[in-house]
Design a protein. Structure first.
Length: 260
């Protein structure tokens, strides 16, 4: 099946959904989504924003309105991304080219399995963009330049996908703690000693602080909460525990710490 990769409302590229290379980059995007989420999580802790863009690409299925040959799957970008360990939610950034039932600005919520890419931009550098680089790899140098200008982003070498600063997809096992988690862990430990560390009073999910930091893979901060007695098996109203949230994004080292 040919599906639409909807990069922007005026730029649609059609691809073969059975292309093994495309399927591989989409799987890698899902496997590394945790690094996108932890960056979005820490961005929300910053006083001064550090990201120029943060978006997830989702595979939407639906009716094409009966137009012969039109795809029934369209990959579109979603902003204001949230993740609760089960569903990715956000706001649709694209106007669909073919699918009925969706409009730009729609609130959406889909399982992680629907993710086909993620992208964030920090200080002009692009991180993620697996499908973007896959598409760019088939372009001429001139086409890539025009494509990058359309985005307003320099994506660089199409053979490389940067996950975090200085680390590319082929070296994800070397990715360490998020700098903000590493730098602030001791301050968090002091704050925990001075006050409560249970459920957040304004958290509708009934999550504790540990739930949030576990989902973000923040090992050092989570360790501080655990040392203060936070319960890694405490279920929220959705039934999710900190251990379950850590495992949902592959933070196995943190999950192991909480299982001791």
């Amino acid at each position: 099946m040919r599906v639409a990769e909807n990069e922007e409302s005026e730029f649609i590229r059609y691809v073969d959904s059975a292309d093994p290379a495309l399927m591989a980059v989409q799987e890698l995007a899902r496997a590394t989504f945790g690094f996108f989420w932890r960056e979005v999580f820490w961005e929300r802790q910053r006083i001064v924003p550090g990201l120029d863009l943060a978006a997830a690409k989702i595979a939407f299925h639906g009716s094409d309105g009966g137009q012969h040959g039109s795809p029934q799957i369209e990959h579109m970008w979603v902003g204001d991304v949230n993740f609760d360990g089960q569903l990715i939610s956000g706001v649709l950034l694209n106007a669909p080219a073919h699918l009925r039932g969706y409009q730009q600005g729609d609130a959406i919520a889909v399982p992680l399995e629907a993710l086909s890419d993620w992208l964030y931009v920090q200080l002009g550098e692009a991180f993620g963009g697996f499908s973007v680089q896959h598409v760019r790899s088939a372009m001429s140098e001139r086409e890539r330049t025009e494509y990058d200008q359309g985005w307003g982003i320099a994506f660089g070498d199409p053979a490389k996908v940067q996950i975090v600063p200085g680390v590319f997809a082929e070296s994800i096992t070397s990715i360490g703690e998020h700098p903000m988690s590493a730098n602030f862990a001791s301050k968090f430990a002091d704050q925990i000693k001075a006050g409560p560390h249970g459920a957040l009073p304004d958290d509708l999910k009934g999550w504790s602080h540990l739930h949030h930091y576990a989902l973000a893979g923040s090992f050092d901060v989570a360790a501080a909460f655990l040392s203060a007695g936070a319960d890694p098996n405490l279920p929220g109203r959705d039934g999710m525990t900190p251990i379950m949230l850590a495992r949902s994004l592959g933070w196995e080292r943190l999950a192991a710490l909480m299982s001791v």
